[in-house]
Design a protein. Structure first.
Length: 362
């Protein structure tokens, strides 16, 4: 090869090297930028996944979603929700609290539930705040969540404080009641069963948050619904429900009282046994007196503890009898009204029947 041609090739090669270096530098810079972007994208994706799937907020949001869709059984399986008797005692709740309301049939769904805040404390407990709509009520509940472990690189969580609460319910004048349309009987949910004092509160575990409408509608008694918003985990919520007698029940008691007094009037004595009326005379009677009921009482029932009382009301009996004077032997015919008062008690027996006791109202 001629020397001139060789020198020309060497010059061209020296000129190409800086150009290739500049191209390589640009490629390396581009790759670095892409790498940084990929790392950033992976980090952002990881942060989103953590927030939406693996964070304390996501754990609480899952619990709220289950309550919103009335999946009570599934909500109870979340770590830290279900509690045993020792945990109930430690939290200040009755150890024998009944679980009858921890079911789908007793749940009123939540709406617009969302987690609004989550703050991790130095003790490892994260407080998670949620807002929601429970019927017409807006509510806020604060949960305590702690780390339970790991699944691979993803953390798992549990409630440090169970979100269950308890309603301490006293029902006056009834044993049957409904919660969100779910029928219950105090004798079924009381720890002592059928032997329980009707005025002893029954403890019923409920979810927090939750709205519970409690009412009574039986042939004997009725009450308007009482709405109870359970919005604080492990709270004890006292509810005292006073029922009123139904017109049907009062009519039945009225008939029984009238029948009782009519039966009293068949006794041909001055003081009918076990009856709220009678007559005292100081002279002899010629023949057996004849009683009739002139005015039956208008029965009115009022609450009396777990049962009912008959308010003191007037009534009038009528007597006809011939009376002979012990002084001169003369006989006079007595034909007069005998006013008296009626009172009493009505006790609902375990089989659902009513026991009526009539007194003279004095």
């Amino acid at each position: 090869m001629p020397r001139a041609d060789h020198e020309d090739q060497m010059d061209a090669s020296r000129r190409a090297r800086p150009k290739r270096r500049r191209t390589l530098a640009r490629d390396l810079t581009a790759l670095t930028i892409v790498g940084v972007l990929l790392v950033g994208a992976l980090g952002a994706t990881g942060a989103v996944l953590y927030r939406d799937l693996y964070s304390p907020s996501a754990f609480v949001a899952r619990y709220l979603d289950l309550l919103t869709s009335k999946q009570a059984a599934e909500a109870l399986t979340l770590p830290g929700v279900a509690v045993d008797s020792s945990q109930l005692t430690a939290s200040g709740l009755p150890s024998d609290a009944n679980e009858a309301l921890l079911r789908a049939a007793a749940l009123a769904p939540l709406t617009n539930a969302s987690v609004t805040d989550a703050v991790e404390g130095a003790d490892g407990i994260t407080t998670v705040t949620a807002h929601y709509q429970a019927g017409p009520h807006e509510g806020t509940t604060v949960f305590r969540v702690q780390r339970a472990g790991w699944v691979g690189v993803a953390p798992t969580w549990r409630f440090a404080t169970s979100p269950l609460a308890a309603i301490d319910l006293t029902v006056r004048g009834a044993t049957r009641f409904t919660v969100n349309g779910f029928d219950l009987d105090t004798r079924q949910v009381a720890a002592q069963g059928a032997d329980a004092d009707p005025l002893d509160p029954v403890a019923l575990l409920v979810f927090s948050p939750g709205l519970y409408s409690i009412s009574v509608d039986t042939p004997v008694s009725t009450s308007p619904g009482v709405a109870v918003l359970s919005d604080k985990p492990q709270a004890s919520i006292p509810v005292d429900l006073q029922t009123q007698p139904t017109a049907e029940f009062e009519n039945a008691v009225q008939k029984q009282v009238e029948a009782f007094l009519t039966e009293c009037a068949t006794q041909q004595v001055l003081q009918p046994t076990g009856c709220p009326f009678g007559l005292v005379v100081r002279n002899r009677i010629e023949d057996a007196p004849v009683w009739t009921m002139e005015q039956q009482p208008a029965v009115s029932l009022v609450p009396d503890g777990a049962n009912w009382a008959i308010e003191r009301v007037p009534a009038v009996a009528h007597i006809q009898v011939d009376i002979q004077s012990i002084f001169d032997g003369s006989v006079r015919h007595l034909d007069e009204a005998v006013p008296f008062y009626v009172a009493g008690t009505v006790t609902i027996l375990p089989d659902g029947t009513a026991s009526i006791q009539i007194t003279d109202g004095s």
